[in-house]
Design a binder for this molecule. Structure first.
Ligand SMILES: Nc1ncnc2c1ncn2[C@@H]1O[C@H](COP(=O)(O)OP(=O)(O)OP(=O)(O)O)[C@@H](O)[C@H]1O
Length: 593
């Protein structure tokens, strides 16, 4: 037992000899959750994850003997945890609407029994190592939860229970390590949140995460196992983009970490997620989702822990061979927690009050993304998507600019696009993706070989249009040639017919890769046909007046994902209409000769 010496907001100092940095402690009479973050001689510096009012010097501090860690096992999915893995529904049960402090609750339901099926390939006497699958339980109707030997354990398997129903704490296997120590294994184990879970080797990412959002999948793809950031000024649609990813992406497991965004937004997430259906299975989305949400009564520093809790839970499912997507909202609030702690520790502020280690902490966090071969041999991935909320929408501020250096995909939200009600307001000039070459191989193999070329052509059109719009703003549209005006229309077809996509439109909210490509191809085809006619002397006004242009822009909502063939038929109509127009002009030309 240690003794509290000083309380400084969420940081407290205690006399606590021999307790290592990183260890979890209980602080004060009410037993607040804390973590030792530094030591000076006999004294430990402790970060407390609950409000420390009413805690006084002289009270006890109890070391728990293990680092700040999470409990990993079946029953995680469908849960909503607070930033230190306490289930919110049970917190509310225990304390009512006003969450009291110092509640000790385990992350997982200890009473519930799970139907365990042992791995038939294992026999007693065999040597098992970390990651080997002991068996499995059906966690949800769609996710089989694989029970693995904890990463750092290896030894002789002395016993493995038969098929049956077991609660979490019951011993299901016994292992004797080389030093003759016996280890009882249960359906769950603990893992420290700040330590990445080991794997056998990193693998190249090969497939894009399909989010069903065209601006993301077709224009700025993100591979499964990669890292992305979504920076966005206030109100530019960050939340909707993240919801769309959580809802539609083709990951096996989705983890949403709400660290410190405004309370009402979190309530929105907590209310809306449980009502959503998983489009891939038709079942509740919560069956493959897990939420980690800092409650508003937790101090800012707790945000720091919640991100690590989320990523550790993600790595655990990765080790079972699943593709996991983690959406962190927002890393700016997390960085604010770092700043607050650094300030209280009296560390030298470097950029805008952030400590010098901001960039390295951010990098270390994103480093936990990846596609790996797990210790047990299965391949799984963690894809990290961090929202960033730059104050005033200024992307040069430290968190956004460091994050930009770290991530491979950057989905920059633009206030101007949002103001113009162009949604998703992802800017095509400021966003980037390093994953295009690999994604192109996937698109070529699964959808169409021309994907990369068509994507590049659409981007060129958008860039040309951007420059032409500047001219129009300066000297008016009359200054443009017919071809230039047609370029503007080509870009408008891409913007309105492909990029704009309403999350609220039931037909268009999710777009399959097939339909994404069909739409892109349709718009480019229209543009090419028009260009041909312009070259044959058809005036641009004739083309701009064609009703088929407006129809093409509506195709995204007129044809659902099952009607891609019909969409291609519509493309044929366009060809015919343009051919007819071309013929008419040829005829008219002949007559006038
Ligand atoms: N893809 C979309 N489809 C349709 N509407 C959208 C889309 N994205 C954003 N919107 C509109 O923009 C509004 C603001 O979006 P959202 O709440 O996601 O903004 P935000 O950037 O998260 O805000 P904040 O910065 O306050 O967190 C939504 O209520 C919705 O009307």
């Amino acid at each position: 037992m240690g003794k509290l010496l000083e309380v400084n907001g969420p940081l407290v100092r205690a006399r606590l000899p021999q307790v290592p940095t990183g260890e979890q402690v209980k602080v004060g009479k009410i037993g607040l959750v804390g973590e030792v973050i530094g030591r000076e001689g006999e004294e430990a510096l402790i970060q407390v994850y609950e409000a420390t009012e009413s805690v006084r010097p002289g009270e006890a501090v109890e070391p728990l003997g293990y680092p700040l860690s999470v409990e990993l096992g079946p029953g995680l999915l469908g849960q909503i945890f607070d930033g230190i893995q306490r289930p919110l529904d049970r917190i509310l049960e225990v304390s009512g609407d006003r969450i009291s402090r110092g509640i000790q609750l385990q992350g997982l339901d200890q009473e519930r029994v799970w139907h365990f099926q042992p791995n038939p390939q294992l026999t007693t006497g065999m040597t098992v190592t970390g990651g080997v699958q002991l068996g499995a339980v059906p966690e949800t109707p769609t996710i089989e939860h694989r029970i693995l030997v904890p990463p750092e354990l290896s030894g002789e398997l002395l016993e493995l229970v038969g098929e049956g129903d077991y609660p979490l704490a019951e011993v299901i296997a016994r292992v004797r390590t080389r030093d003759n120590r016996l280890h009882d294994l249960t359906l769950s184990h603990r893992w420290p949140v700040r330590k990445f879970r080991p794997y056998r080797q990193r693998e190249y990412s090969v497939a894009p995460l399909i989010t069903g959002q065209r601006i993301l999948d077709t224009f700025f793809p993100l591979l499964k196992g990669s890292k992305a950031a979504v920076p966005g000024p206030f109100g530019a649609g960050k939340t909707i983009v993240q919801h769309q990813i959580a809802r539609w992406s083709n990951a096996d497991i989705v983890i949403y970490v709400g660290c410190g965004e405004r309370g009402n937004e979190l309530v929105e997430v907590l209310d809306s997620f449980p009502q959503l259906t998983d489009p891939h299975t038709g079942r509740s989305l919560m069956e493959r989702t897990l939420l980690v949400a800092n409650t508003s009564n937790m101090p800012v520093v707790a945000r720091e822990a919640s991100l690590y809790v989320g990523v550790t839970l993600g790595e655990y499912y990765r080790d079972q061979g699943y593709d996991v997507v983690i959406v962190a909202d927002s890393t700016s609030r997390w960085a604010e927690a770092l700043r607050e702690v650094a300030g209280r520790l009296g560390q030298m502020p470097v950029e805008e009050g952030y400590p010098a280690y901001l960039a390295s902490r951010l990098a270390a966090f994103y480093e936990r993304a990846g596609r790996v071969q797990a210790l047990g041999g299965k391949v799984g991935s963690v894809t990290l998507i961090g929202a960033v909320s730059p104050p005033g929408g200024d992307f040069s501020e430290p968190v956004t600019s460091h994050t930009k250096e770290i991530v491979g995909t950057f989905w920059a939200l633009s206030k101007e696009l949002a103001d113009a009600r162009h949604y998703p307001a992802v800017s095509w000039t400021e966003s980037f993706s390093d994953d295009i070459p690999v994604a192109a191989r996937w698109w070529a193999e699964h959808i169409d070989k021309r994907w990369q070329a068509e994507r590049a052509e659409a981007m060129t059109l958008l860039t040309q249009a951007e420059e032409l719009s500047r001219i129009v703003n300066l000297v008016g549209p009359e200054a443009l040639s017919g071809t230039q005006r047609w370029v503007l229309e080509g870009a408008a077809l891409i913007k309105e017919g492909v990029l704009q996509q309403s999350a609220l439109d039931p037909v268009d909210s999710f777009c399959t890769p097939e339909k994404q490509f069909a739409l892109l191809e349709l718009m480019l085809q229209l543009y090419h046909r028009g260009t041909e006619l312009l070259e044959r002397g058809v005036p641009v006004q004739e083309l701009l007046g064609l009703p088929i242009l407006a129809r093409a822009k509506r195709c995204k909502s007129d044809y659902d994902n099952t009607k891609v063939e019909k969409l291609r038929d519509f493309a044929k109509t366009i060809r015919e209409e343009f051919d007819r127009l071309g013929m008419e002009y040829a005829e008219a030309g002949k007559h006038s000769e």
